[in-house]
Every structure is written in structure tokens, then in C-alpha cells.
Design a protein around this ligand. Structure first.
Ligand SMILES: Nc1ncnc2c1ncn2[C@@H]1O[C@H](COP(=O)(O)OP(=O)(O)O)[C@@H](O)[C@H]1O
Ligand SMILES: [Mg+2]
Length: 240
């Protein structure tokens, strides 16, 4: 039996009167590739923000590796092994690609030369090694997305949260990025992919959870979820 790596238990997060997450529970097994989908505003990014410590939920718990991390500050959560990418890519524009990744690596590896080694290794993995001396701001969109993944990987995560890394990419670029993520999965990194690009999430995920207005409305294999009438209605709106 695979170990439960992450448990989200009855999490509620409000912004004023808006319930962004309404009693959401889910589990992720070690080594699993979970897709998290839902229309705009469903609460996907908010769930990542709660898991990674940016927001504290009003109700519920986040348990990672058996440790209750609810309310922990982000840097402590990173050190325990959770990394995330941001939907809006935000590299340190005037630093080189390499230095951007070194900054990530230093969160887990205080020795600068070892942090540099780790950064170079990660740049190789995401296919940015040749671009390591460019300024981050001079990268194109697909390279910036890869840099975002590299910065997260530099912290040696056991769980990687990917927030719309395929957005804005061409189909071929999406497939290449999914290929890179599959390689990481084979190396044992557990992943949750938030994605609107169905081509990416359907090819990548073993299991999918669907959020709608902050609630979990479905869960299953990509095929089950794609054929679920409630999911179809959530995406298309009521049809008559
Ligand atoms: N910091 C915030 N302050 C107020 N409302 C927010 C904040 N973050 C998210 N929301 C709201 O919470 C809901 C869920 O947002 P979000 O998690 O970003 O959705 P998704 O990522 O699924 O598109 C939306 O209605 C959004 O406007
Ligand atoms: Mg979002």
C-alpha cells in the first residue's frame, strides 16, 4: 500500500463573504500524479496557497508526511518538502537564469557551492542548462515556465504543486513540458497539477479532482471525470 503523502481535511477558506474553499478534503499518495481542475474561480490556486502556507484556512487541517502543517509559515513548509510554482510567473528579472535557481536551492542547501551544483543539475533536468547565463527577463514564455519549475525543483521537493504551467503554450510545447514532468514523476516526485489545458492534465494525471465554487464535485480517473455529467455542466453551464 502506498503511503498517504498529503491529506487535506475539511478545509474552508473565506475571503470576506466569499467561500473560496468549502470543506474540501483530498488525499495524495506518495508518487502519485494528481490533476486538479475546475472553472475559473473554483478555488484551485487558493488550495495551493493554503497547502503552501500563504493562507491559513478558517477550518480544517493540512497534514504532510503525517505532520500537521496547518498555519506553518511558507519557508518551513518548503523545508519539509513542498514546493510550488506560481500561475503568474515571477522570476527575479535582472538575475541570470542560474542565479534564480540558486536562490531556490539556498532555501534547502545553505552551502553556496552545493546550492550551485543543485541549480545546474535542475537546469539540466528542465532543459535550460544552455540558457543558464541569460537574464531571466530575456527568456520566452515557455522558458519562463520551465524556469518556474526549476526554481521549485531546486528546493528538492517531495511534493510539487504546479499552477497552470502549460497555460499559453503551443500544443508541442505542452507535450514537451508534460514529458519533462513525467520524468520527474519517474524519479519519485509526487505532483499536483492545476491546469486548464486539458491536453496536459489528461495526459499527465493518474487521478483527477474537480473543484467548482470551492467544492469538490468529482474525483476519478481522467476518463471518469471527463464523462461525469456534473463536471460537464460545471464547465459548460446548465444546458437546456
Ligand atoms: N486574496 C484574495 N482576496 C479575495 N478574494 C480572493 C483572493 N484570492 C482568491 N480570491 C477569490 O477566491 C475565488 C477562488 O479563486 P482562485 O483560487 O484564484 O480560483 P482558481 O485558481 O480556481 O481560478 C475567486 O472568486 C477569487 O476571486
Ligand atoms: Mg488559479
Amino acid at each position: 500500500m502506498a503511503e498517504t503523502l498529503l491529506r487535506v481535511e475539511n478545509v474552508t477558506k473565506r475571503f470576506g463573504g466569499l467561500v473560496a474553499l468549502d470543506n474540501v478534503s483530498l488525499e495524495v499518495l506518495r508518487g502519485e500524479r494528481l490533476g486538479l481542475i475546475g472553472p475559473n474561480g473554483a478555488g484551485k490556486t487558493t488550495l495551493f496557497n493554503v497547502i503552501s502556507g500563504i493562507y491559513k484556512p478558517e477550518k480544517g487541517r493540512i497534514v504532510f508526511k503525517g505532520v500537521d502543517i496547518t498555519g506553518w509559515p511558507p519557508h518551513k513548509i518548503t523545508r519539509l518538502g513542498i514546493a510550488r510554482t506560481f500561475q503568474i510567473v515571477r522570476p527575479l528579472s535582472n538575475l541570470t537564469v542560474l542565479d534564480n535557481v540558486v536562490v531556490g536551492a539556498l532555501l534547502r542547501e545553505p552551502d553556496i557551492s552545493r546550492a550551485r551544483e543543485k541549480a545546474l543539475e535542475v537546469l539540466e533536468t528542465v532543459g535550460l542548462y544552455e540558457k543558464r547565463n541569460m537574464l531571466a527577463k530575456d527568456l520566452n514564455l515557455v522558458e519562463k515556465k520551465r524556469l518556474e519549475v526549476a526554481r521549485a525543483l531546486a528546493t528538492s521537493p517531495e511534493l510539487l504543486l504546479l499552477d497552470e504551467v502549460a497555460a499559453g503554450l503551443r500544443p508541442r510545447e505542452v507535450d514537451e513540458l508534460v514529458g519533462t514532468l513525467m520524468e520527474l514523476s519517474r524519479k519519485g516526485i509526487t505532483m499536483i497539477m492545476v491546469e486548464h489545458v486539458m491536453r496536459a492534465v489528461m495526459n499527465f494525471a493518474e487521478r483527477i479532482v474537480v473543484l467548482h465554487f470551492g467544492r469538490k464535485i468529482a474525483e476519478g480517473t481522467p476518463k471518469e471525470v471527463a464523462n461525469n455529467p456534473q463536471v460537464i455542466e460545471a464547465y459548460l453551464g446548465p444546458q437546456d
